[in-house]
Design a binder for this molecule. Structure first.
Ligand SMILES: Nc1ncnc2c1ncn2[C@@H]1O[C@H](COP(=O)(O)OP(=O)(O)OP(=O)(O)O)[C@@H](O)[C@H]1O
Length: 258
């Protein structure tokens, strides 16, 4: 049994895609553990295998070699106790904000009334309760992503997986979303795996950052983020914050060269 302190464990995880006679080594020998409640970001250049790694943790892709263990159980398929947030909020356009947040419950057992209070708590925590009757096309991109985060948390999952959830947003909305996500994470405190290209975003949000290189597609650095929580947007002008961003930029450049 994996101890709770090592909630997620990857052992020698690799992924090779094979198609039309060619092979792509998307992830090579990933091995790390994540304690329960840690916010971990995976940072690296385009094509280094970040999304593939996240998909394998989520049970959406199967590793070619190695094993992924969550809460003592090997991951064989998507689990009911995971929440997902993707680049596109993928809300149902004909449902209200509230019904979108409750949708995973409707799929699971239909007992949406029992979760209405939790939906209210989640929507209030991101400032959207008063928008509960609006439809997605009446919301901004940032608001839609906040709804997607509430939807991912409605069933109180053990782990939240996020794949570049804010990359389609403009810079101001993205900064707002980082503050909103940090606040929601401080409140609900889930184990979180967050894929991003943005060094600043990773440092602002994370307890720990894994940097991936492109050749090989492997984890090349594992860095703890020392700043206390709660974090305010102003932390980004702190010299230590700026210095850590510079260090990570250097590590990513090293990873590019391979
Ligand atoms: N289904 C697939 N079939 C074949 N190759 C794939 C597949 N999915 C990803 N790849 C390849 O695997 C490598 C890693 O892709 P992946 O999307 O995991 O990288 P990434 O770091 O998330 O990239 P980005 O930051 O651009 O989203 C890339 O070379 C990609 O083209």
């Amino acid at each position: 049994m994996t101890p709770v302190s090592d909630f997620l464990t990857l052992e020698g995880v690799s992924k090779t895609y094979r198609a039309a006679g060619s092979e792509v080594q998307a992830v090579e020998q990933a091995a790390f553990t994540v304690p329960s409640g840690q916010f971990l970001s995976i940072l690296g250049p385009s094509g280094c295998g970040k999304s593939t790694l996240l998909s394998m943790i989520g049970g959406l892709e199967t590793p070619s070699t190695g094993e992924i263990i969550i809460g003592g159980e090997p991951v064989k398929a998507p689990r009911g106790d995971m929440g997902y947030v993707f680049q596109d909020a993928t809300l149902l356009p004909w449902f209200s904000v509230l019904d979108n947040v409750l949708f995973p419950v409707r799929l699971r057992d239909g007992r949406t009334e029992a979760y209405r209070e939790r939906a209210r708590e989640l929507l209030e925590s991101v400032g959207l309760w008063e928008f509960r009757d609006k439809r997605p096309d009446q919301l901004s991109g940032g608001m839609r992503q906040r709804v997607a985060i509430c939807r991912a948390l409605i069933t109180d999952p053990q782990i939240l997986l996020m794949d570049e959830p804010f990359s389609a947003l403009d810079a101001i909305s993205r900064d707002e979303m980082n503050v909103a996500l940090a606040a929601i994470w401080d409140r609900f405190h889930k184990t979180a795996i967050f894929v991003t290209h943005s060094i600043r975003e990773a440092v602002f949000l994370s307890d720990r950052i894994l940097v991936m290189s492109r050749r090989p597609s492997a984890i090349c650095h594992d860095v703890m983020v020392p700043f206390p929580r709660p974090r305010e947007a102003q932390i980004e002008s702190d010299p230590d914050f700026v210095r850590l961003c510079g260090t990570l930029r250097d590590k990513i450049e090293e990873g590019y060269k391979g």
